[in-house]
Design a binder for this molecule. Sequence first.
Ligand SMILES: [Zn+2]
Length: 263
Amino acid sequence: MKRLGKNLGGYFGETIDIRAVIGSIKSAARQHGWESEMFYLIGDLELLAFHRSPTTSAKAKRIYISAGIHGDEPAGPLAALQLLQENRWPSSAEVWLLPCLNPAGFILNSRENDGRFDLNRDYRHLETAEVTAHVRWLERQPKFDTTFCLHEDWESHGFYLYELNPDKRPSPARQMLEAASKVCPIDLSPVIEGRDAAEGLIHPQVDPESRPQWPEAFWLLQHKTRQSYTLEAPSDFALSTRVSALVAAVNAALEFFGENRAE
Ligand SMILES: [Zn+2]
């Protein structure tokens, strides 16, 4: 599989009609019985949270999935849509799904929102309306067993993963990478985005004071979870490939946690 070579200095791949994608997400969620909550509105663009209750009485795993915080990363919202449409959730999974945290960015095909803020750097100081509304919503939720943030990287050579797992809980990371590797290459660089990587897996520093700006995953680790995954699909491959890689990795993790219910 070859890289497309389109992304020179930024993302120049396919774009999506975010209003249409959000519309499809709403109808798939409705069809499969998810509860829906709009927690912020920018013009006619809705920030939405969906919730699925577990269907068995077995101890539920609380799973949080978010996407679309960077408006030039269309694979995340499309992966959220595909996961909803496929509806393959383990019966014991309680799931919160936020399919698009930066709809205004998608209108502009820009990483930032329409005020040129990178929302995924705003979780320490809460300067943007979107992140403030998101954090207020998060504060009303229970703790999550695991969180997944779906992203793309226009510079990467393949799929990779950030893991925050300070208590060294059983980790689905290798299974996620294995599943993604069946769809697209894994980025095997020893250093990715300035951090040491091992076969596509990065373990960032978790000291909050070492980070002047917090990404979403970091806020989640401080307040809502002890196990967090940020998935990065390589933007220089076809959009359908990136979507498939994100979906495959999330499904591998869901399967892992489904089998490890007794934890
Ligand atoms: Zn991103």
